[in-house]
Design a protein around this ligand. Sequence first.
Ligand code: WQD
Length: 343
Amino acid sequence: MRVLLTGGMGFIGSHTAVVLQEAGHEPVLYDNLSNADLGVAKRIAAITGKTPKFIEGDIRDEERLERALRDESIEAVIHFAGLKAVGESVVKPLEYYDNNLIGTIRLLEAMKKTGVRRLIFSSSSTVYGTPKRLPLHESDPTGEATNPYGRTKLQIEEILSDLCRAAPDWSAICLRYFNPIGAHPSGLIGEDPNGIPNNLLPYVARVANGRLPCLNVFGGDYETPDGTGVRDYIHVMDLARGHAAALPYAMSHTGWKAVNLGCGRGYSVLEVVKAFEKASGRKVPLKIGPRRAGDIAANWCDPTLAKELFGWEAKLGIDDMCRDAWRFEEKRAEELKAQSNQS
Ligand code: WQD
């Protein structure tokens, strides 16, 4: 199948492109490179033996999208593109609404004009806000996002739900990701944020490698077994396979669906650090400090709907996630060193 991946050069998009290519699909990557670099296409080719088609473009550029959908004979879209830094969204809300909301509406218009009616959307566990019970089920209430980033995810889910109600030939699957971490086992692609990482795993990896001095643990007084925050971490390769598994469902069903993608169990910050130390053989110095604004104590999901609908379940555990994140970090640090020696 020919599938357009908006944000296809990013962390989750690039891993999904690998899985789709390996399953015989033809992903077309559409990305404005605001948070990814061109080298990703070559790395995908090094893994799969085939360079994916890449179109540089912004999701707010409806004409360019329309052309891409038409010229590439696209049958379905997986929509990853969007800004995703929680803290930044509080400081720059208009950029978030412009990129994420307006961008999605432009994409939907382009799909409408070109007759493409199948969409898989990168949603997030953040749509649940503070859980009232655990594990989280898709039928649990949404609507309490604590920041503009989270609100755009929820608003896009609602727009898609309205669209499917109004136009019954559409299919829109909202995949609610829990905490994606890890990297491709080759170490060639992974999560490589610019500047100081906001998320736990890239931060821990850089501390383990001596690129950052110490992990600040955000809160040691939560009502969790060891007092630190608990999350449902999922290997990015499992997550990527979740998209490939959702594709046949989207092609054969119409209507709106929200589906959790997680492992169904939580790990605390300290448990993740311990697993990372084991995987890397390095010590991760840490300090327990104050809570981070907007954080919740714990979340993890019930992933059974994904199994029922798509036949998908996560296969990789926390040790696999840490091992692959470490391999990527080591390779990345070597590359950076080689680059700085050259210049
Ligand atoms: C995990 C745990 C922190 C950094 C966010 C978004 C979510 C999704 C993924 C995507 C928490 C603790 C973290 C650090 C720490 N969005 N932590 N020190 O906040 O669960 O989810 O990212 O793109 O929508 O909300 O992920 O990795 O930031 O934090 O102690 O330096 O690690 O408090 O308990 P989070 P995270």
